[in-house]
Structures are given as structure tokens and as C-alpha cells.
Design a binder for this molecule. Structure first.
Ligand SMILES: Nc1ncnc2c1ncn2[C@@H]1O[C@H](COP(=O)(O)OP(=O)(O)O)[C@@H](O)[C@H]1O
Ligand SMILES: [Mg+2]
Length: 368
């Protein structure tokens, strides 16, 4: 177990600046997830921590010690990749023992550690099999075992579940969460899947274009996204956005107008900064209520998706073709072709300024 501290970390490939002045603290025993769209620098950041890429600028510390120039083997990190990259000609046991042999661990300790790890990961019955005789989930577990057998101070995962089918992904996600709970080891986990991030993380780091967009607990990111990007990235179906205009504010709240919603008085603090137009209103699908309506402000229901336990209703505003989504528990009384009014739950409405930063609730400071 160890903490990881990143201080003004930069990575440049040739003339491309990939990681930009990144500061981050991963606490001892914490499960931290890097999430963000493809190409935002997640794998690069993980490889910098592992020592598989050199740091262009900045300090990287593990357990307080500067490790910028330490080779991967001496950093005490274990890494699990998306492609399991098991040695096909070796048994499960040999795959898990291999790194320890290279590190010149004595035979008895190797056996002890492989058997301990196999027990934790429920691989005891499979130790004599070769990878080709294993299922996808079992292979992924062996890849984890190989990293864990070396008893690293930090376990790093790069999209370890991406190659598995949906149901196995859910099962392995659950296993990794329980593993973390039992071992209490520091884990850093990369994924582009916000559901994995939400379900696994103590702390989520949302990356965008080589910078941190927001760091926080899953609940914080869901309830208080600091930017429109985070608001749209976390949560499924995604948050509804629409343009809004500020009509007035007094530090206790503000009055806004949004197409189809009319005038709303929100508890957000406009802070005197945003001027009139250019605001975006955000509201999650579960924070909208529908009511039967006619007239200019009515939305048309263009699709209804029944998922068993819940229902998604797709709504088309009169003046735009950007669909909004309403989500409720099943059964639903709504049907295609009906015309409805939208009533957002005011305490759950988010407002973003012209730079897409969230406006603080009245009495609070800006979160970003
Ligand atoms: N070895 C490399 N040389 C040049 N560019 C690279 C190299 N590795 C990654 N990149 C670039 O860095 C960016 C971030 O890549 P990566 O960290 O793999 O993103 P992610 O894992 O978030 O999808 C991408 O634009 C990618 O093309
Ligand atoms: Mg990647």
C-alpha cells in the first residue's frame, strides 16, 4: 500500500503536449478511477505512474519518494492491461510465478505467494491449465493474479474489462470491488465507461484533453458537476441541456427563461458575472416531470422506451430538434404523439455559464 502524488506532471510526445500540468493525490488504500473520452490521456497517465513512459516535466512520488527516474520494476507497481497478454505456453501457475522468478524470489516464497493469490482470486482449480483452456473472465483473473502475486504497493488497471461481454463485465467489476475491499490496496483504474467509474471509485478523476476537469466522489460528480462536460459525461441517459437566458438575480437566486419551460426561479447564484444570454440549463432525465399540455410550449413525445423497471420518454421541443429525455419508473402512462409540458424539479436544475462552468447555488462559492 502506498500513496501516489503527481505534481505538475507534463508529458510531451514529439511536438504533441498530451498531459498538461497535472496535480493529483491518490491516497493510501484509495480506489481512484481515471475516466474520460478516448484519447484524453488516461493510459498515458497510468503508464507514467507505472514507469512505462518517461515524465517530460513534474514530480511523481510514491509513498513520498521521488520515483521519476526509477525503472518500473523498482516502483512496486503491478499493472493489468486490457489485452491480458498471458504467456500461452505457460500454465496459470507459471504465468503467475513468472514475475517473481525474474525478481529472483526464492522458490518457497514464490509458491506461497502464488497459492495465496490463487485463493483470493479463486484460481486454485485452474493452476495447471494453459490460457487457451480458460474463459475470458478466468484469463482476466489470471492477469490480475500475475500483477498481484508480486505484492505491489499499487495496482494499476488499464481498461481491464473492455474485452469481456456485458454480463461478465458486471461480474468482474463486482469482483474487483470486493477485492479492493478485502485487500485495502491502493488501486488506480482507467476506463472510458462512466458506469465502471461510478461503481468502483472512491474518487473519480475526469480527464479531458490531458487536464483534470473535476475530481470527486461519484456522488459529488453526479450531484455537483463543476462543468457542463462532467455533467454530460457522468450519468446515463445523459443530462438534458438547453439554452437559457438570465432575467435577473439578487445573490439569493435567479430568474431564468428557457425555451419551452417559461420562467423559472432557481436557487443558483448568478454572481453578477454571466450577462443575460449564453447560459445553459441542465436537468437529468429523472428530474423532469411531465404534464399534459397544449399550446406553444408543449413538447411532443416522439418515442417511448420500456426497459422493464423504468421508462424513457423522448421529447421534441417545438423550436428545436434536440431531443430531451424523461425517465421514470415503469409503468408509464405516456405514449408517442402526446403533447406535454415539462416541469423541472428546481432544486435539481444545473446552470452553466458561457465557459460551461457550473454556477454555484445561492450562498455557495463556485465549485470549479
Ligand atoms: N507513444 C506515443 N507517441 C505519440 N503519441 C501518443 C503515444 N501514446 C499516446 N499518444 C497520444 O496521446 C493521446 C492520449 O492517448 P492515451 O493516453 O492512449 O488516451 P486514452 O487512454 O485516454 O484513450 C492520444 O492522442 C494518442 O494518440
Ligand atoms: Mg487508453
Amino acid at each position: 500500500m502506498a500513496s501516489v502524488t503527481l505534481n505538475k506532471i507534463n508529458k510531451v510526445f514529439g511536438s504533441t503536449h498530451i498531459i498538461k500540468d497535472l496535480d493529483l493525490e491518490v491516497g493510501n488504500g484509495e480506489f481512484v478511477v481515471f475516466v474520460g473520452p478516448s484519447g484524453c490521456g488516461k493510459s498515458t497517465l497510468l503508464r507514467l505512474i507505472a514507469g512505462l513512459e518517461s515524465i517530460t516535466e513534474g514530480d511523481l512520488r510514491i509513498a513520498g519518494d521521488l520515483v521519476n527516474d526509477l525503472p518500473p520494476r523498482e516502483r512496486g507497481v503491478g499493472m493489468v492491461f486490457q489485452s491480458y497478454a498471458l504467456y500461452p505456453h505457460m500454465t496459470v501457475y507459471e504465468n503467475m510465478a513468472f514475475g517473481l522468478k525474474l525478481a529472483k524470489t526464492d522458490k518457497q516464497s514464490i509458491e506461497q505467494r502464488v497459492m495465496d493469490t490463487a485463493r483470493i482470486l479463486q484460481l486454485e482449480e485452474l493452476l495447471h491449465r494453459k490460457p487457451k483452456a480458460l474463459s475470458g473472465g478466468q484469463r482476466q483473473r489470471v492477469a490480475m493474479g500475475r500483477a498481484m502475486a508480486r505484492e505491489p504497493r499499487i495496482l494499476l488497471f488499464d481498461e481491464p474489462l473492455s474485452n469481456l461481454d456485458a454480463s461478465l463485465r458486471v461480474q468482474m467489476r463486482n469482483e474487483i470491488a470486493r477485492l479492493h475491499h478485502r485487500l485495502g490496496s491502493t488501486m488506480v483504474y482507467v476506463t472510458h465507461d462512466q458506469v465502471e467509474a461510478m461503481t468502483l471509485a472512491d474518487k473519480i478523476v475526469v480527464l479531458r484533453d490531458g487536464r483534470i476537469e473535476q475530481v470527486g466522489s461519484p456522488q459529488t460528480l453526479y450531484q455537483q458537476p463543476a462543468t457542463k462536460f462532467v455533467a454530460g459525461f457522468i450519468g446515463s441517459p445523459t443530462m438534458n441541456f438547453m439554452p437559457a437566458e438570465l432575467l435577473g438575480g439578487d445573490g439569493q437566486g435567479c430568474k431564468i427563461q428557457a425555451p419551452g419551460l417559461g420562467e423559472l426561479v432557481l436557487p443558483q447564484d448568478p454572481g453578477g458575472e454571466p450577462s443575460g444570454a449564453g447560459l445553459t440549463l441542465g436537468v437529468r432525465p429523472e428530474h423532469l416531470r411531465l404534464a399534459e399540455a397544449e399550446g406553444d410550449n408543449a413538447f411532443e413525445i416522439v418515442n417511448v422506451e420500456y426497459l422493464g423497471n423504468e421508462v424513457y420518454v423522448y421529447l421534441e421541443p417545438k423550436a428545436s430538434d434536440t431531443l430531451l429525455i424523461h425517465r421514470s419508473e415503469a409503468p408509464s402512462r405516456w405514449a408517442i404523439g402526446q403533447r406535454v409540458a415539462l416541469v423541472p424539479e428546481l432544486e435539481h436544475v444545473h446552470l452553466f455559464d458561457g465557459q460551461d462552468r457550473a454556477l454555484a447555488l445561492a450562498g455557495q462559492r463556485r465549485a470549479a
